[in-house]
Structure formats: structure tokens, C-alpha cells
Ligand binder design. Sequence first.
Ligand code: SAM
Length: 271
Amino acid sequence: MRDNSHPYVHGHSDRESERLQYQASKLARLLHNGTRYPPKSGVLEVACGVGAQTVILAQNSPGAEFMSVDISPESLTKAKDRILQVGIPNVTFCQADIYDLPFASETFDHIFVCFLLEHIPDPILALINLKGILRPKGTITVIEGDHGSALFYPDNPDAHRVIDCLVQLQRQTGGNALIGRELWHLLTDAGFMDVTVSPRQVYADQSHPESIEAVKNIFIAMVEGVREPAIKRGLADKETWEKGIRDLYRTTEQDGSFCYTFFKAVGIKRG
Ligand SMILES: C[S@@+](CC[C@H](N)C(=O)[O-])C[C@H]1O[C@@H](n2cnc3c(N)ncnc32)[C@H](O)[C@@H]1O
């Protein structure tokens, strides 16, 4: 039996839920551009979390029928509340593990996965499972970040060190925070055809005040969120950690700049 005992690195706190909602709304145009599903198509959203991407997906494709699943019952409760609050009719939720999905083969016309593969130990097996429940000629869309893509000024080793704490923690919990660059080979190795990957870049400096806020509230908040386990596991001492976080914030001030790349891949199941 698969071992799912690794704790999910970002946890399920209210603060993390808010970060996910903020992230999805700020990055909606950047990440969802090109993703629209035809009326009456059945779409599986895997790892819907608190429903942050679900709302955008369902609003962008109001005629499609979404099935949104996540392994966490707590997150699903929040996702259901969110969908009710916004008044979206075309989504059904179900608790499920990507390695043990309760759907018959060739059930869905399309599949959408955002920010999940970076957290699981065997992304190719997960993608092969998804291919099985996708209809022939159906599409899969996968979006992931890659923390190695973070470039900033002023450049500073302590800022890189705190980012690396998150990369190492994710590795220790069975994931891969540098997975964005691997999407082409992962989808291709899982047997999808015609795989295309488009990098989607966020860039911020003082001439883009909105982007500066997004860097603070999405990326730096995510790194700050692992302070406790990073220090507890000896990946950084308190002093180095505080300095690294200060250095990250420094990139959002004065003459600073920050750049990060997300990767969006689309593949097709053989007809
Ligand atoms: C970073 S969140 C992303 C949530 C959502 N896709 C978004 O972009 O806001 C990752 C989600 O993956 C879920 N997850 C982790 N392992 C999973 C698994 N084996 N099967 C299904 N969901 C899983 C977590 O519970 C969490 O909600």
C-alpha cells in the first residue's frame, strides 16, 4: 500500500488557505490564459485544495461540468463553502487520493492539475493513473512552479538559503519544488502526446506595485510558512532564517526586482 504519511509541506492553516485564494486570483490571467472547456465536457480537477482554482475554472467554462477532488477533507469543506458563497452551479466535489481515484477508465474529457505534482513522490505514476480515466483525445493541463527559477536583485546567499530550505523540506516530504522544468519529460514519459509547455513569468519592480505585493503575499509568504519545520530540522538557524527572509523582502523595496517562472503543460491522450 502507498505511504501517504508524509505531511503536506504547506499545511492546511487558515493563513495558507488565504494565501492560496490570493495566489489564484492574482495569477488567474497568467495561469488560466488558454484554458477554456467546451459546454457539456466533463472536467476533472485534481487537488482542488480550498477551491481557489476551481472558482476560476468554473467561471471561465460555465457550460462544462467539473468534478474537483482533493485528499484533504478540511480543504474540501473550505472549497465547498467557497463555491456556495460565489454561487457556482457546475462543480461537484469528492475526496480522493490521486493514487487511488474512484473513477472508471475513460470517464473525463479533460483533466486539470495545479500545484500538486511538486508535492507527491511519484508524479509519473500519478499521470499514468490520470491518463487511464481520460477519454481518448482528451487533454491534460498541468501547472507547476519551480523555486529554482527565482531570480532577484539584490542577490543574496541568505535569501537563496531560505528558499533552499523549502526545496529541501519538500524533498524530505517526498516532493520536488524544482518540478516545473520537468513537465515536458514527465507528461511525455507518462505517455501523453503532443506535449507543449509554456513558461509563465511574474516580474516585479517598483514600477509594478501590484506585482510587488503579489511577490510578498505569494512567494515570500510561502517560504515564511515553513519557518518552524526548517529550523526544527536544522536546515537553518534562527538568525540565518530571519536574515534570509529580510533579504527576500529587500528585493521588493527601492531598487529591488524579483522574477519567478511558472510552467504550464498540456498533453493529449492518444486517440
Ligand atoms: C498547493 S495545494 C494546491 C491547491 C489548488 N490546486 C490551488 O492551486 O490552489 C496542493 C493540494 O494537493 C493536495 N494533495 C496532496 N497530496 C494529494 C494526493 N495524493 N491526492 C490528492 N490531493 C493531494 C493537498 O491536500 C492540497 O490541497
